[in-house]
Write a protein that binds this ligand. Structure first.
Ligand SMILES: O=P(O)(O)O[C@H]1O[C@H](CO)[C@@H](O)[C@H]1O
Ligand SMILES: Nc1nc2[nH]cnc2c(=O)[nH]1
Length: 309
């Protein structure tokens, strides 16, 4: 089957009307397990699940090319998924894609929800990970565009995420706050091994074979949407950051709560400036341009990792 955009069972989202009897829930509560099950059932009804998708992918800003590489793709726009908000960030297409990559049946989020877009409702923004878990995902590949802090990093490099500093999470904005339904996973989640060691080793082997420069480092998620001041970049550098972004950590936290193994990588789209006397502007256009240039590269890397998982 060639790539197919699915238009049956249309719904307009959280507050939308539904057609074809697909979903009659008007309000979606991201902390309700029952709502998650309804969301999952709606997706199952709209897609022909040929196999259980055991691998999930989340595409970062401008990295939607990874989703475009999927074969026999069934494309479900976010607006057809009840409970999913819309994504407003340019470079995030807003599709849930099912199909084959690296010889495996995968589910891919071509676009993500950033907390700054949705009133810092991190549970809502991480709902796609809970959906993936319900669908059978065991391994999650998360990607993002990030500013490089480590002086060894260059524009266009890839960084494997070894660990993270989840700034909103440290300030009480965690997707796990609020009443916890134990069906989502434990109340207290150990996050010491968030980025799976075996998958990191596998990725290093892939990078070596493909002759790709792959750094390893710590990703910091700030709340955004503003980029960092030079003083903030120095602060993050001092506490151990190698790359800066505004996503990923909430998704990884939820993935770990439900027992999904995680592999994450950042594409270094700009070099973060530490000197207030040397004004260097960062723009989202620049971020997207870097991601566009690295699209094929990232796609080959992810495809090869998946084929070896
Ligand atoms: O993390 P992703 O989705 O790649 O997006 C990154 O790019 C945007 C800024 O240019 C921010 O949203 C930042 O988080
Ligand atoms: N916070 C943050 N996010 C980014 N996403 C891409 N580049 C950057 C950056 O420099 N800072």
């Amino acid at each position: 089957m060639s790539n197919t955009a699915l238009t049956n069972g249309h719904t307009n989202g959280i507050n939308g009307t539904t057609q074809n009897g697909v979903h009659d829930k008007v309000d979606f509560d991201p902390r309700s397990y029952d709502d998650l099950i309804m969301l999952t059932e709606s997706v199952r009804r709209q897609v022909d699940l040929k196999e259980v998708p055991t691998i999930g992918i989340i595409c970062g800003s401008g990295l939607g090319k990874i989703g475009d590489c999927i074969k026999d793709a069934q494309i479900l726009p976010f607006k057809q998924i009840p409970g999913f908000p819309t994504t407003h960030v340019i470079g995030h297409k807003g599709n849930l894609i099912f199909g084959y990559l690296g010889g495996k049946f995968v589910v891919c989020l071509q676009g993500r929800f950033h907390p700054y877009e949705h009133g810092m409702d991190l549970a809502l923004c991480a709902t796609p990970v809970r959906l993936m878990h319900q669908l059978g995902v065991k391994n999650l590949i998360v990607s993002n565009a990030a500013g490089g802090v480590n002086p060894k990093f260059n524009y266009g490099d890839l960084m494997l995420i070894k660990d993270h500093i989840f700034m909103p999470g440290l300030c009480g904005f965690s997707p796990l706050v609020g009443v916890n339904d134990p069906r989502f996973g434990p109340r207290f989640v150990s996050i010491h091994d968030a980025y799976d060691r075996q998958l990191r080793q596998l990725a290093q082997n892939v990078a070596k074979d493909l002759k790709i420069v792959l750094h390893e480092g710590t990703y910091v998620m700030s709340g955004g949407p503003q980029y960092e001041t030079p003083a903030e970049v120095v602060f993050f550098k001092t506490v151990g950051a190698d790359a800066l972004g505004m996503s990923t950590c909430h998704e990884v936290t939820v993935a770990r709560q439900c027992g999904i193994r995680v592999f994450g990588f950042s594409l270094i789209t700009n070099i973060a400036n530490t000197d207030a006397d040397n004004s260097v502007e960062v723009t989202h256009e620049e971020v997207l341009e870097a991601a566009r240039e690295a699209g094929d590269h990232a796609c080959t890397f992810v495809t090869e990792i998946i084929s070896r998982v």
